[in-house]
Structures are given as structure tokens and as C-alpha cells.
Ligand binder design. Structure first.
Ligand code: ATP
Ligand code: MG
Length: 424
């Protein structure tokens, strides 16, 4: 983003003109060297937070205790942080205290990995005291300083290590890996939302299998607050995970849970503990629910007409999204994952036809029906009750399958027929 680069340069320039040192720092310098898109540009400076606030009219003191001021330039916001060190890490999480320092190198020393301990000034000169550029060139994640110590200070760094190795498809330096293996039980102190953030970035990246393999080999997910047992995962299914496009990253989570043989309810409980949002959790588990429903109805070979109506029923119960997601996942899996061998022909028929079955549905939810619950109550002169919900579902299913036209007269006729049947 050229405009963002220009605007952040203005911030550096202004700081320099006042006699302060100022640099782009961390992820943005790394991503620039990797030729990746840069989405935010962090700035670090010798100016104190008060001096920064004096200099920029348009700013917000977002994290003064950590030395961070958010400065606006044009339509962009930049985090400007005073050079600092950290000390006294509490409970293997964030530091309890920070000290401002004069030298950029001291600031870089507190950062996690050599590739993140890079700074660049306005003229393009790079400050790289720990060999970050070599590690980037040689595609390696390496801790700044002694790995055990750095992972001991903040255990989240272990997950960041795996995440970076996965997203960039990098190796992990030997000592860094050793430190990770030694300190992994400290991960129990890390809040699940921080764990989730790293896992989500890893799973949405271009090489999710790389990260999953590292997690399985190191077993580190067995040490977090809401642990996951590595031995339950079917690697043949995990192998396919990269075939789901990264704009469908939530589908990768569904496949991950399928590969871990999670039932819907167990998956739901896990995703709650992992602090996924309701929307994401429902989307991810919708696929598992759909899978379970189809498994129970398609036990044996069935003819196409029957399969189509089972598919449509399942789609009405779980929703269009779940049905479409399920199909996308099945299409990249090795054959025969869903059903028993006796149902293989049914399974193949479903894969071949389901998209068309879904498209053929004239209605998807109750509000698409040309009859309302009120209409039915008036028609039958009855009081509402559970029977009404059942009847409406029946109408929806019959209409979705195409047994009844979605017209008021046809639907009223069906209501009367069912009512007469019930009487008899
Ligand atoms: P992303 O692409 O996810 O933004 P990033 O490296 O920029 O990756 P941020 O969380 O934005 O990650 O952090 C910015 C910088 O702050 C990092 O590049 C690193 O220098 C430093 N940093 C972040 N988290 C830690 C940590 N837990 N320990 C030490 N340094 C950290
Ligand atoms: Mg960043």
C-alpha cells in the first residue's frame, strides 16, 4: 500500500526533524523483505510518549504504560512506540514493567524472533543486530537470544514460532526447537484467545499442513489450557487441508475436526473453550452436524429420488451453508470417508448430484413458503402448539422436494389433508 508507506514516512520525517530516531520495525520490515503484503506499519522511536503526543495533534494514547501512542496521518493510523526493554515477566506471560531506553538495539533485543527484530529508517538503512536478514534468506525461525529463556518469559512465543514456520514455510533453528520442547508445558498459562489467534492465522495461511505437522510432532497442543490429543488425528485427511482455499479457512477447521474424529457436540464444546465467536463456531460445526445427519439416513444404497429427498431434508435442518461446506470438503477428500462400504454407491451419487439438488430447491426456510403459521391457525380454527411447528416443517420439506407447489392453494390443500388424516 503505497499511500500507507508515504503516510508513515511522514511520521518518521517529523520525528527525525525534531531530532529523534525513528524506524519502521518488526513485522512490516520482515514482510517487506519477504515480498509480502504489509498490512500495518509499526513505528519505534527514541522520543518519549509525551514527546510524541506533543508533536502530533491527531493521536490517541492507546498504551501509554507500554509506551505506545497511535498517530494518525492521512487516513492511516500508526502505532508509535518508544524504544523500550521489558523485565519481570509474570506467569510466563507479558512483562509487568517496561523501561524506556535510548538505543534501538536494546529495543530489538526484547523481540521474539530474529526476523521480527529488524528496523528500517527513512533512508532504507536496516538495523539488524541478530542476523534476521540471513535467517529470512535461509528461511528459518530463530529466537533472539537463548530460546528456553525467551519462551520462558512469554510462552505464547512458542505458538508464534510454529505459526511463522507454517505461514512462511520456514524451518525452525535447532536450538529454538529444543527450547520449545523444553518449555512447552508453560503453554498452560496462556489465555485461549491468544492461542486461538495464532492458530487461526496458521490455519488461514498458505501451508496449514506444515504447522499441523509441527504441532503434532511437538505435541504442544497437549499442553495448552484446552488441550487437544494429537493421536486422534487421521493424517490422510489432514494431508488434504491445503486443497481447501485459504479464503475458506473456516472449512479447514471443519476438516481438522473431522480428521480428529470429533462429533458435533464435542467439537462445539472444544470451540467454545477455544473462544471462537458464535458465528464461526456454528459455521464450523454445521458441517459436522450435516455429516452426522447424512450418515444416519444413508446407511445403505438407496435410489436417487430417495437420496435427493434425504439431502434436502438435511439441508433444511442444518442450513444451506452447512450443506455447501460439507460438499466442498467431501470433494477434496479421498473416496469413501463418509459412509459404510455398503453405502458407497449412495455416497458417489450424492457427490455427483448434490449441488444440483440444492439448486433445485424452490424454498429454503419457512419465510419462503407462501403460507404462514397464522394462515394455518385461521384455516384449522385451532390454537397454536408444537403441532404447528411440525406441520410447518412438513410443508417446508414437501415444498422443497417439489411434492407440493409453493402456492397458497396447494399449501392450504395439504394442510387440510393432513388435518383430516390426523382426525382419522
Ligand atoms: P503479524 O503478521 O501477525 O502482524 P507481527 O510479527 O507483525 O506478525 P505483531 O503481533 O503485529 O506480529 O507484533 C509486532 C512485533 O512486535 C513483532 O514483529 C515482534 O517484533 C514484536 N512482538 C510481538 N509479539 C511478541 C512477543 N510475544 N514477544 C516478543 N516480541 C513480540
Ligand atoms: Mg503486525
Amino acid at each position: 500500500d503505497l499511500e500507507m508507506a508515504k503516510q508513515s514516512e511522514q511520521v518518521l520525517l517529523k520525528l527525525n526533524e525534531e531530532g529523534y530516531d525513528a524506524f519502521w520495525v518488526g513485522g512490516c520490515v520482515r514482510d517487506e523483505l519477504l515480498g509480502r503484503d504489509v498490512d500495518d506499519m509499526d513505528i519505534t522511536t527514541s522520543a518519549s510518549p509525551e514527546q510524541v503526543m506533543e508533536l502530533f495533534a491527531d493521536c490517541i494514547p492507546t498504551g501509554l504504560q507500554h509506551g505506545t501512542v497511535t498517530v494518525r496521518s492521512g487516513r492511516y493510523y500508526f502505532e508509535v512506540t518508544t524504544f523500550r526493554t521489558e523485565s519481570e515477566y509474570k506467569d510466563n506471560r507479558r512483562p509487568s514493567e517496561v523501561q524506556f531506553v535510548k538505543d534501538i538495539k536494546e529495543d530489538l533485543q526484547r523481540r521474539d524472533f530474529t526476523m521480527n527484530a529488524l528496523a528500517m529508517d527513512r533512508r532504507g538503512t536496516i538495523v539488524d543486530p541478530f542476523g534476521g536478514q540471513v535467517d529470512i534468506r535461509e528461511e528459518r525461525v530463530r529466537c533472539v537470544g537463548a530460546a528456553s529463556e525467551r519462551f520462558g518469559e512469554d510462552a505464547l512465543r512458542m505458538l508464534r514460532c510454529v505459526r511463522f514456520a507454517s505461514v512462511f514455510d520456514f524451518s525452525i533453528a535447532y536450538n529454538t526447537w529444543k527450547g520449545l520442547m523444553r518449555q512447552r508445558d508453560l503453554l498452560q498459562h496462556i489465555a485461549m484467545e491468544r492461542v486461538r489467534t495464532e492458530m487461526v492465522k496458521m490455519m488461514a495461511g498458505p501451508h496449514p499442513l506444515r504447522g499441523l505437522d509441527l504441532l503434532l510432532h511437538s505435541k504442544i497442543l497437549e499442553y495448552i489450557k484446552a488441550p487437544v490429543q494429537g493421536s486422534r488425528f487421521n493424517r490422510n485427511l489432514l494431508l488434504r487441508i491445503g486443497e481447501l482455499k485459504d479464503n475458506d479457512a473456516l472449512l479447514r477447521w471443519s476438516l481438522l475436526l473431522i480428521a480428529g474424529q470429533y462429533k458435533k457436540d464435542e467439537a462445539d464444546a472444544l470451540l467454545r473453550k477455544w473462544t471462537f465467536s458464535n458465528d464461526d463456531r456454528l459455521r464450523i460445526t454445521g458441517v459436522l452436524q450435516f455429516d452426522e445427519l447424512l450418515k444416519t439416513v444413508v446407511q445403505n444404497d438407496k435410489d436417487q429420488v430417495l437420496l435427493r429427498s434425504e439431502w434436502i431434508s438435511a439441508e433444511l435442518t442444518c442450513g444451506r451453508q452447512a450443506a455447501a461446506d460439507w460438499l466442498k470438503i467431501q470433494l477434496i477428500l479421498p473416496a469413501g470417508n463418509l459412509l459404510s462400504a455398503s453405502a458407497e454407491a449412495s455416497y458417489q451419487a450424492i457427490l455427483a448430484n448434490a449441488a444440483e439438488w440444492s439448486r433445485s430447491m424452490p424454498v429454503h426456510e419457512l419465510k419462503d413458503l407462501h403460507i404462514t403459521g397464522e394462515n394455518v391457525l385461521g384455516l384449522l380454527e385451532r390454537k397454536g402448539g408444537p403441532w404447528l411447528g411440525r406441520l410447518m416443517k412438513h410443508l417446508l420439506r414437501e415444498t422443497a422436494i417439489g411434492n407440493i407447489a409453493n402456492q397458497h392453494e396447494a399449501l392450504t390443500a395439504e394442510v387440510k389433508r393432513v388435518a383430516a388424516d390426523d382426525q382419522a
